[in-house]
Unconditional design. Structure first.
Length: 195
């Protein structure tokens, strides 16, 4: 069973590092769906870009706008669920964990400094995500002159997810297989379950 957990982390790592290899095809696990508990108690789901995966620490990282609803939701209830799917391979990975918002400037700066500028431009937008606008162009940052490399950093939020549960589903034509794991005392424990 340990090989399944290793395989899951390998797929997540490939998703987190997809942008590091220019010629590489995008990993199906680069974009994950993240579910939080809304401020009104209703479920909320959106897509996040996976930026880091550490099997050793059992953590995932992504960044978002500190002004976004998901940050307020995670501040109120830190539980988060994520799902990714490789449609070609028939693999689904579901994860549950607890999100931490990086408080230290050093942690945030470490990811900011290695991110590509086009990934960071959204943090320079004057409007809060979700603000009503008349035209899509109103949401974009004018790029008439080069921006300060730190422009928008105050809106940059690093989210680290401490993964506590893994649900692995393989929809192979020769028979579906599903396994579930929970992290206890620093180790993954689990086994096969009916798909």
């Amino acid at each position: 069973m340990r090989e399944i957990v290793g395989c899951v982390w390998s797929m997540l790592s490939a998703g987190a590092n997809a942008g590091a290899r220019v010629a590489a095809a995008r990993s199906p696990f680069t974009l994950l769906q993240a579910a939080t508990v809304g401020l009104d108690g209703a479920p909320r789901v959106r897509t996040i870009v996976l930026r880091g995966a550490s099997e050793e620490k059992s953590t995932l990282t992504f960044h978002t706008d500190v002004r976004s609803e998901k940050v307020a939701e995670l501040e109120k209830d830190s539980r988060i669920a994520l799902v990714g799917c490789d449609l070609n391979a028939g693999i689904q990975i579901r994860l549950e964990g607890v999100a931490r918002l990086a408080a230290s400037v050093e942690e945030r700066l470490a990811l900011w400094s290695i991110s590509r500028p086009h990934s960071l431009i959204v943090y320079r937008a004057a409007r809060t995500p979700g603000t009503p606008i008349a035209l899509p162009q109103e949401a974009h940052v004018a790029s008439a002159r080069p921006a300060d490399s730190m422009a928008g950093f105050e809106n940059f939020c690093l989210v680290t997810v401490d993964v506590q549960k893994i649900d692995y589903l393989d929809l192979s034509p020769d028979g579906h297989k599903r396994a579930q794991f929970s992290r206890r005392n620093g180790a993954w424990q689990g086994g096969w379950v009916a798909p």
